[in-house]
Design a protein around this ligand. Structure first.
Ligand code: E4P
Length: 215
């Protein structure tokens, strides 16, 4: 499974890139707003740090406007991916951009039917939101399993980005369910390599080491 970082924070990205754990980055308007910086400046900086795909989301709601925004954003870096909302206009923009050879990520997917529509429209990536489904009492991970089955049934080239990831269990379950990618908040990633028994084990080894005779 590939790991994307779900953040607009350059320091978080730099910290985790040095561990070889970053295959790409996703952003959204809320994450960009948290940084209090210019959108273009943030995306250009991230694309210069990360080799893989970096999703930048359009804010227009009309198809033609989305296309204009996308054509501007793709000039910023070769590894930028256009994130589009799961609407009729978003599907139109996805289809047009695909014809132009521009990579897309259709976001805010909450049903298998939405994911199938986006894949049919040519989306490079689809982003089903597991956390927000769990929030309303619907099992988010079932959507990942269903989408993976659909994509495999028809050998579709679209990749599933498991999004709205909130916990270690989400990351583990995303891998078991066959999500091609999990996009993980930068703040969650360090919890993935930590365990109290690991820390206790290190402390005990170091303590015992003190009793080893030193020449
Ligand atoms: C990523 O593409 C999504 O925008 C993000 O994972 C949404 O996460 P949230 O539901 O925690 O805001």
């Amino acid at each position: 499974m590939k790991f994307f970082l779900d953040t607009g924070n350059v320091e978080e990205i730099k910290r985790i890139v040095r561990l070889g754990l970053v295959d790409g980055v996703t952003t959204n308007p809320s994450l960009i707003a948290k940084e209090g910086r210019d959108f273009k400046e943030v995306i250009k900086e991230i694309t210069s740090i990360v080799d893989g795909p970096v999703s930048a989301e359009v804010i227009s709601t009309k198809g033609e406007e989305m296309l204009k925004e996308a054509e501007e954003i793709v000039k910023w870096a070769p590894n930028v991916v256009i994130k589009l909302p799961m609407t009729e206009d978003g599907l139109y923009a996805c289809h047009e951009l695909t014809k132009r050879g521009i990579k897309t990520n259709v976001t805010l997917i909450f049903t298998a039917a939405q994911g199938l529509m986006a894949a049919k429209a040519g989306a490079t990536y689809i982003s089903p939101f597991v956390g927000r489904l769990d929030d309303i009492g619907v099992e988010g991970m079932k959507l990942i399993r269903d989408l993976r089955t659909i994509i495999d049934n028809y050998n579709m080239p679209t990749e599933i980005i498991v999004a709205s990831v909130r916990s270690i269990a989400h990351v583990e379950q995303a891998a078991i369910a066959g999500g091609h990618i999990a996009t993980i908040p930068g703040s969650l990633v360090p919890t993935l390599w930590k365990h109290p028994l690991t820390d206790n084990g290190i402390a005990r080894f170091l303590k015992d080491w003190e009793s080893v005779p030193k020449k």
